[in-house]
Design a protein around this ligand. Structure first.
Ligand code: SAM
Length: 287
């Protein structure tokens, strides 16, 4: 990796609100006001934000499918000492939004890339959904076609971490139906809709009930969605808690595998065959 070029200016990656303009950070406003150029996903869309915060900095458009010449020209600006702020239509750039190619090329060129953090729909959803948040995975948008979507979901069936998807209003119903089919009707999920906006809704239920809930009111199908799916229960091998395991070990000191498993099952409520398997492992002679 090359050394940072100190004569060059920084590329600031700036998060913007996903609905409520009150979520714009003071630092984002300051950076957008003071940089030489703003590279925006859609300059017309972002013009409203600029107007609201009296930001008059020149804007240019940038997409990940912009040609190499466009990226080269932005890098040349940076190398010439001009600072650039990258923004997307809403939320954090690079999170299901353009920016990756520019950031990657800037870093490869040894230029300084500075995050200006703020709103992101996935973290906003996770912070209020009430599903396990210690470990989670973000899967972006499910495929648009049914076969691709079901394949995507099928690969995640045994995932134990919370799984987060983005979804559009056009596909939320189909996506939920496919989730129910692949993950099972009783798997729980949370629909976070229109976060930070007037009709913000956060609703937890089984996939089966969520599908009914969203079907019965057309308004619930409108807007922008984050779907958080609870992970699969841990595999059976992991389902013996530490206390039960300790109990099993103590019982094994004076009992046969069969007796220890049966008694531990009666005391703890953990499945007997599961405890029997573990007891067998514990009592097998060590190498
Ligand atoms: N970069 C953005 C971010 O930081 O979250 C995401 C951009 S992605 C193109 C747009 C998707 O994000 C929407 O289709 C929806 O799934 C989710 N999203 C954006 N704003 C949202 C909101 N206010 N409420 C719920 N989901 C939202």
């Amino acid at each position: 990796m090359s050394e940072l070029d100190n004569t060059a200016a920084s590329l600031f990656v700036v998060a913007t609100p996903i609905g409520n303009l009150g979520d714009m950070t003071a630092r984002a406003i300051e950076v957008l006001r003071t940089v030489d150029l703003i590279a925006a996903e859609d300059t017309r869309h972002s013009a409203r934000l600029m107007q609201h915060f009296a930001i008059t900095t020149r804007m240019t458009s940038y997409h990940d499918f912009s040609d190499d010449a466009r990226v080269d020209s932005l890098l040349a600006n940076l190398q010439a000492g001009q600072s650039i702020a990258l923004i997307s239509d809403a939320g954090t750039p690079l999170i299901s939004d353009p920016g990756y190619r520019l950031v990657q090329r800037a870093r490869e060129a040894g230029l300084k890339v500075v995050p200006i953090p703020g709103v992101c729909a996935l973290t906003a959803a996770l912070s209020a959904a009430g599903v396990p948040s210690d470990r989670f995975i973000f899967e972006g948008f499910p495929a648009a076609k049914r076969s691709g979507r079901q394949k995507h979901f099928a690969a995640l069936v045994e995932e134990t971490r919370t799984i987060i998807f983005y979804e559009s209003p056009h596909r939320i119903l189909e996506s939920l139906a496919d989730m129910r089919e692949v993950f099972g009707a009783q798997r729980q999920a949370v629909i976070c809709r229109e976060l930070t906006k007037t009709f913000e809704t956060i609703h937890l239920d089984t996939l089966e009930a969520l599908e009914v809930w969203i079907r019965e009111d057309a308004n619930r199908q409108r807007g922008e969605f984050v779907v958080l799916l609870k992970g699969a229960p841990p595999s059976e091998g992991e389902a013996i808690d530490a206390e039960t395991l300790r109990l099993l070990e103590i019982l094994l000191e004076t009992m046969s595998v069969k007796q220890a498993a049966a008694l531990a099952a009666r005391i703890s409520g953990v499945k007997k065959n599961l405890l029997y398997e573990r007891a067998l492992q514990l009592s097998s002679p060590k190498e």
